[in-house]
Design a protein around this ligand. Structure first.
Ligand code: C2E
Ligand code: CA
Ligand code: CA
Length: 579
């Protein structure tokens, strides 16, 4: 936010610098000319009145004074043209042209040749001020173009953050009621990582087109202004609503428009957006606070990640969350530097309670020694780009520890590690992974990479390429949190995974009704048809375990048979299993 504010200031500074640079030569030129005229005039005065000019008695002839006044009046004309543009130019032109009939009358009727220099002077003044005026028009046009560029987002042609801030400033000054909505897309980064930036840009343009069409159609019944803030963040300023319900209806309209599948270069993309809104003057009374509040509400939607409600109004308690996020980011950076991010191992079992292996889960302590939940620091790590470091830290340490256990016990078990999709797509990921497993001597066949079913899109070529490379190394692949994304059957069919992990939310609901149970049964069947093993996450009680047995689940992971353990406890578990 601070950074953006600085940017806006910079834009303003740049604009004013450009405009003063643009005008400087004009003023300078005008000044030079004026000085030139003044010098000529004074010379004329001195030469003409050498005799009459008595410094001693300070007597100055009337004609000399007239000459000085005439010079000053021409100076004024140039200043007027420079300062008052079109109006100044035409007024001055009118004044000068008006003098011509009188001057011509003097020359031809009154036979006064002393008027001739005046005519030339006027003609010269007209030429010079016309040049000045034309130059000014060109500079003004250039400045206008710059200003337009400064308020328009070049990619989407929507008004940009600067324009939005200007509008909000203006509305705050006027004092009427309005709402500011922050919109952010979920998993947009993965689109860039998977399909490349060109396609990411196409998606942004399509989003902008939909937002603009929705605003221009007037279907919302409110008066809306759409802007792009940068990246995948957009803002709406909504005015003229009669109640909060009407405001919510408007936001829902945009939500629905954005949720329709997008066909972009032969791919069907499903985007979901998070909306946070705040109201002036009820929630915040200045521009900065309005943006902060709308962002805080939007981040809360992202954090809670509810699939049913993705719109939220700002409430004061959210301010603490923003501070908490910054605090966590700070602590995470420190922990990564000091290598104090560590891991726990949660056991996975087959249905006969035999150990299949462990999932490595990242852990981090607060300064007071209490634990910070991964549910809290992993989203922060993803947001601020530290997730790669977390992944590698857990991978390195758990692989080292795990290969020691394997050497000691000879157990045939698997280590699962979570890798974010973004990290997986990085060109150096494979080399990094290879180096780690070679260094600690972990057999690739006993390592499994868990990838969240975040954006499962038709023909995710780049993702598939990486997964195939991992498979070629002998590493297993698990699709984590299965059921929460949008993967289609055809996509799954072409995805070379070994394991489907059914998300805990389905296991929680499984015994609440027959259809919920059938749903889990269907996922298991599909997994088997595709030749995947199926594991259920978050199994907590006997009833769930029995149901899963009856519908043919292969493995379970959950508190019922094992919470995440520290490495020593995990080693003990392996040893007891061996007996
Ligand atoms: P996940 O990959 O779905 O991991 C399973 C989570 O469910 C773990 O939470 C685990 O402790 C919890 N869990 C397992 N069984 C039960 C159960 O029976 N009941 C309940 N209530 N919870 C259970 P945890 O450790 O808090 O991790 C949360 C998430 O953080 C993970 O979800 C994973 O997405 C992410 N995460 C953790 N470590 C890493 C990491 O090293 N890298 C990445 N990229 N993500 C990680
Ligand atoms: Ca996982
Ligand atoms: Ca999971």
């Amino acid at each position: 936010m601070r950074k953006d504010k600085n940017k806006e200031k910079n834009i303003d500074k740049t604009l004013s610098r450009l405009s003063s640079n643009g005008n400087a030569p004009t003023y300078f030129f005008a000044l030079l000319l004026l000085l030139f005229f003044l010098a000529i005039r004074l010379l004329t005065i001195v030469s003409r009145s050498d005799a009459a000019f008595g410094f001693a008695d300070m007597k100055v002839p009337m004609s000399t004074l007239t000459g000085v006044f005439s010079s000053v009046s021409h100076m004024c004309i140039f200043c007027i043209v420079v300062l008052y543009g079109k109006v100044g130019y035409f007024t001055s032109l009118g004044l000068l042209l008006l003098q011509f009939p009188m001057q011509l009358n003097n020359i031809f009727v009154n036979h006064s040749p002393s008027t001739i220099p005046g005519v030339f002077l006027n003609l010269m003044t007209i030429v010079v001020m016309t040049l000045l005026y034309r130059n000014n028009v060109r500079i003004n046009k250039y400045q206008e173009r710059l200003r337009n560029q400064a308020v328009t987002d070049t990619l989407t042609r929507l008004p940009n953050r600067f324009a939005c801030t200007e509008l909000v400033n203006d509305l705050v000054k006027r004092g009427g009621k309005f709402a500011l909505v922050s919109i952010d897309f979920n998993n947009f980064k993965s689109i860039n990582d998977t399909f490349g930036h060109e396609m990411g840009n196409d998606v942004l343009r399509e989003i902008a087109r939909r937002l603009r069409t929705a605003a221009d159609s007037g279907s919302t019944g409110t008066h809306d202004f759409v802007t792009r803030q940068g990246g995948d963040e957009f803002s709406l300023v909504i005015r003229d609503y009669s109640s909060e319900d009407q405001l919510l209806d408007s936001i829902r309209f945009y939500e629905k428009e954005l949720a329709r599948p997008m066909s972009i270069t032969d791919c069907e993309l499903y985007m979901t957006a998070s909306f946070g809104y705040t109201e002036f003057p009820t929630d915040a009374d200045n521009t900065d606070m309005l943006f902060t509040c709308a962002d805080a509400a939007m981040y809360e939607v992202k954090r809670t990640n509810s699939s049913t409600n993705r719109i939220r109004r700002f409430t004061p308690d959210l301010m603490n969350n923003t501070e908490r996020t910054l605090d966590i980011e700070c602590k995470l950076r420190l922990a990564l530097e000091n290598e104090t991010v560590f891991f726990n191992l949660q056991p996975q079992f087959d249905m006969e309670h035999r150990l299949r292996g462990f999932e490595a889960l990242a852990r981090m302590k607060d300064t007071d020694g209490s634990m910070i939940s991964p549910g809290e620091f992993i989203p922060v790590a993803e947001k601020v780009g530290l997730i790669d470091k977390v992944d590698i830290c857990v991978l390195k340490n758990s692989a080292r520890f795990f290969s020691e256990i394997l050497k000691k016990t000879g157990a045939d078990i698997t280590l699962s590690v979570n890798i974010s999709v973004r990290h997986l797509m990085k060109t150096d990921f494979l080399a990094e992974l290879k180096a780690i497993i070679e260094e600690c001597g972990l057999p690739a066949s006993q390592l499994e990479i868990e990838i969240t079913e975040s954006i499962m899109i038709e023909s995710a070529d780049k993702a598939l390429q990486c997964i195939n490379d991992l498979k070629a190394m002998g590493i297993k692949i698990a699709i984590d949190d299965f059921g929460t994304g949008y993967s289609s059957l055809s996509y799954l069919n072409s995805f070379p995974a070994d394991l489907l992990k059914i998300d805990k939310s389905f296991i929680d609901k499984m015994n609440t009704g027959d259809s919920a149970k059938q749903y889990v049964a269907a996922i298991i069947s599909i997994g088997h048809i595709m030749n995947f093993g199926v594991i259920s996450e978050g199994v907590e009680d006997m009833e769930q375990l029995e149901t899963l047995r009856s519908i043919g689940c292969d493995f379970i992971q959950g508190y019922i048979w094992g919470r995440p353990l520290d490495p020593e406890a995990a080693e003990k578990l392996v040893l007891t299993q061996k007996q």
